[in-house]
Design a binder for this molecule. Structure first.
Ligand code: G6P
Length: 500
């Protein structure tokens, strides 16, 4: 008889029943408090939400097939979470669509540090190259406290996913808020198939090195806990691979990395487009028609140069306005003939940088108005409000669409504009937007820092012959609809579950 000591197998971790899980900071539903104190639920929009919504609609009607884990973002979300058993909004009677939603009520102080101080003020800035390094960033003791909060916030997601996931389930983790989750989750549940997808660009190695060395390593190792890491373009995937190359023990081959002495991590590129049919249906609704009539009354026959953005530093709104001013200064023939419509959504106003940026946009808009306004003509109309029907109407009426980000993972406005245009809008597009890879050929491409060249592009757009506008608009619309959110989502899921 051989001398084998028996040891009982470890207690199996409690597992859930979800076969597909999505995790993102911002979830598919958000709550606000009505005047009577009642909680009002609003379904979110956006690529991921509609992609998952459509994928969920295709799934069998088993309530636990798909679970979306997200954070409570404000007080009303926290109240809703408090009413939901185990944070499951669907089990508390809230209509979350076909996907079940688990909302995490994370300590507001931890959430603030993780979301504002780390994710939006550091990681977003690094990936979009937004720092002016002569003075920013400064990583001191406060950053270390914030980073610890980011780790804790990521761990909450990993734990919730570990609880909800069925054995062997597929987990799709989204974006820079949750870069540690894949590694944390693999430690808790090595049986799962884990993907991470970055909706942002990825910084080149020289810029990524701005992060404290150990933090940079933690981020890369966190992502490499996944079976697949996904990016919107080849450029961002290449930059990620170059950063990972610097890690000891990681072997990098194109689109495949070898870690932990043998495990493979695939690198996938999944571009994202828009659902053209859905957008055009939305554009036919009465609220959009109402907004279109208002905008037409404002423009009074003038040709519209449009932009639609969050009030976001990376969107480069200030240089876009400077380019418009340059156009009016150097080509006075356009005065009285055009109008610049700037639709801006308030965004991330907890951060002083964003409040200041929005003020800079407002100031410059007033300056341009002061310099050029005439009795019967206003050169520019700026609105900083969250008004989706107005944005759709503006994109439909645009003759020129300005998309000039400093850097952008994709930029769906470029694609929404192409899908919605009723006037063969000419797209003035930054070569630093992910969308450039697909739309550059049919757009007028600009260096986003070169205000003068951008002004010239605006002029070129305005004088472009109708036949050429048409040809380009047809190509742009075809590109925009090539990979709707549903395809983006199901392709990734298929790639994650395919045998290597
Ligand atoms: C970008 C990010 C998303 C984020 C969105 C809005 O598109 O990739 O993850 O949700 O901006 O930003 P917010 O901070 O309002 O969620």
């Amino acid at each position: 008889m051989s001398d084998v000591t028996y040891s009982a197998p470890p207690e199996p971790a409690p597992v859930g029943t979800a076969r597909v899980l999505v995790a993102s900071n911002r979830g598919p539903v958000a709550f606000s408090q009505g005047p009577d104190g009642k909680l009002l639920l609003r379904r979110g929009a956006g690529g991921l939400v509609s992609g998952l919504g459509q994928a969920a609609a295709d799934a069998p009607p088993d309530e636990d097939v798909m679970v979306w884990v997200c954070a409570a973002l404000g007080e009303a979300d926290r109240q809703a979470a408090g009413r939901a058993p185990g944070g499951r909004l669907d089990r508390a009677g809230f209509d979350t669509g076909r996907a079940a939603v688990r909302i995490l009520d994370i300590d507001p102080a931890i959430f603030d540090q993780a979301y504002n101080a780390v994710a939006n003020r550091v990681l977003w800035f690094v990936q979009h190259l937004l720092y002016a390094p002569a003075s920013q960033p400064v990583f001191g003791a406060q950053f270390r406290r914030d980073w610890a909060a980011y780790e804790a916030y990521n761990a909450r997601f990993a734990e919730a996913l570990a609880q909800e996931a069925a054995p062997g389930a597929s987990v799709l983790v989204q974006d820079y808020h949750l870069m540690l989750v894949p590694g944390q989750l693999r430690r808790l549940r090595p049986d799962l198939r884990i993907a991470h997808f970055s909706h942002t660009p990825w910084a080149p190695p020289d810029y990524f090195r701005i992060l404290p060395d150990d933090v940079g390593r933690q981020i890369l190792h966190g992502l490499l806990g996944a079976d697949r890491v996904g990016f919107l373009t080849d450029a961002w995937a290449d930059a990620f691979e170059q950063c990972a190359q610097a890690l000891p023990g990681v072997a990098v081959r194109p689109r495949q990395l070898q870690v932990d002495g043998g495990r493979s991590v695939r690198v996938g590129v999944h571009s994202l487009g828009v659902d053209v049919g859905e957008l055009r249906d939305r554009a036919r609704q009465a609220d959009v028609a109402g907004r279109a009539a208002e905008l037409a009354a404002l423009a009074r026959g003038r040709r519209l140069i449009v932009r639609v953005d969050r009030t976001e530093l990376s969107k480069n709104i200030v240089r876009g306005l400077l380019a418009y001013r340059e156009l009016l200064r150097t080509r006075p023939q356009w005065r009285g003939q055009v109008m610049h419509l700037v639709c801006a959504y308030p965004s991330r106003h907890n951060l002083p940088e964003y409040r200041e940026y929005t003020e800079a946009v407002r100031r410059l808009a007033v300056e341009i108005d002061d310099e050029f306004a005439e009795d019967d003509w206003r050169p520019l109309h700026l609105e900083v409000t969250d008004d989706y029907p107005r944005s759709i109407a503006a994109l439909s009426l645009a003759e020129v669409l300005v998309v000039n980000p400093v850097r952008d993972g994709m930029n769906l406005v470029a694609k929404e504009g192409a899908a919605l245009s009723r006037r063969d809008a000419v797209l003035v597009l930054s070569r630093e937007a992910g969308a450039y890879a697909e739309m550059g050929r049919a757009a007028l491409v600009v260096n986003p820092f070169d205000v003068q060249a951008t002004a010239t592009a605006l002029h070129t757009a305005l004088v472009m012959p109708a036949a050429e506008r048409r040809r380009r608009a047809v190509e742009l619309a075809a590109v925009a609809g090539r990979l709707p959110p549903r395809t983006w989502f199901t392709d990734q899921l298929a790639a994650l579950t395919a045998r290597p």
